[in-house]
Design a protein. Sequence first.
Length: 508
Amino acid sequence: MVLSKAGAYLAVVLILATAGPGSAQSMAQPTPQSPPAQSPPQPVPARTDPQAPPVAEPKPEPAPRKRPTKRSPRTSKRQPSGAAQGSSGDARTSRDGGPSRKELMFTANVLGGYDDNLTAGLGTGSGAAPTAMASGTTGSLDATLGYFRGNALRSIRMDSTGSLVAYPGYLDRPAPGGVVIVDGKTPLGRNLTFGASERVGYESLFNVFSPGASSAPLPPGIGATVPATGLFERRSLSSNSSVSLDRRWGRQDSTSLSYSYRVQQFTDDDYGDNSAHDVLAEYRRSLTRGARARVAYRYVNSEYAASDRALLPTREHRIEGGPEIENARSRRHHLTMSLAAGASYIESIGATSGQPYHAWVPIGSASARLALSPLWSVDGGYRREFSQLQGVTDEVYTTDTAYLTTGGLVTSRTDLRVGATYSNWRTLVASGVEDTLNVYGASLQVRVNLTKTVAATAGYYYYQHRYSNPGDLPAGFPAAYDRNAFRVGLTVSVPLAGTPSRPPLTQR
């Protein structure tokens, strides 16, 4: 046994001797110290370990040889860094947008139904009550081609939509419409992001929910809740161009600066043409995990062509602030909420008096989204601000608007959406005298997936408004309006290229 051990050490010495002169010094060292220095030749200790019991000193030496166990902490170092990103996670996300994807999607809707109030007759420009309402069949066709390429950090999106709406009992021919939207963003350095967007649209029917108007009565996007709101035929072109710069100043602070220019022109008459320059500056600071504070200042400089062709300028200053909260109550329940309050100052010229006026108005806004499950959610919002009913009246209104929508998958193939809206408009026309407009809307929509690309849809839509002073309205616009509409049809969604980020028929 002694000879075998001596032979093993001799073999080690010979191997080291061939490596270079430095190994000759290791041969002069005592034998107990030589094994730790010779960790590369692992087969030699493997032979000595089984026969080590009679020897006391060589026994503790194999412990440092368990270096392979040090490789496991390398994996554990990676796991804490990913799980404990915490406040540094935002900075890391800003540098890595994740995998890129590309998709080209085609979507079309073919709908038909019955409308119990296609038009309000000749309108109420003379102050008389509207003539008998016309009812009858309706039909609509729209198609959208959407393209997206990018990731969470850098992306570009282009959507183009064309539509036709037919009211045989009201319009001589179908009313066309269309919109093109281009939106993109890209980083400019480590903490700066640049964004730009352009929306160009053409509309044939006047709609108080139109996103093309520079001032809509309800929050953006709520028009989809009550689509049956074409009140009377008035064609217009609109454009909305915007740019933005978002900057992170650290783990807690960020700012956003944006500018947009909106313009709307009516093709039949100059009355109602409007334009607006809009500047918005925002500051956000993280308070705790899931909560941050927001302060915003907005300046709007707009012009409006009144009924006498005079341009009415309007200047508005708006400042507000409040908390923004995100609370993941569980993996299935998630709450996002934003609250804001402040004041708005406006300068304009009275359309009736022709005299300049200015006013302060308290303003506020609130929005919330509650995910009850991965397939069901509730959304709500409220906003108070100044607005104009473009192309209908010349006055500036103080508006209070609210909406509530909910929906999700009832079964694996059936999607249900329910929504309601409310808006109240007020304008001071004389001392102690106000004109008011109240708008109500509701919808119930059901969609059943027949195949991966085709779905059957059905919907009921309700719209109502009441204006207090019919004599101030133009011919063709009803002071009192009630509409009940029923639509059924098919929706086709076909991915032409790439992989959709989610099943097309589950999108809202």
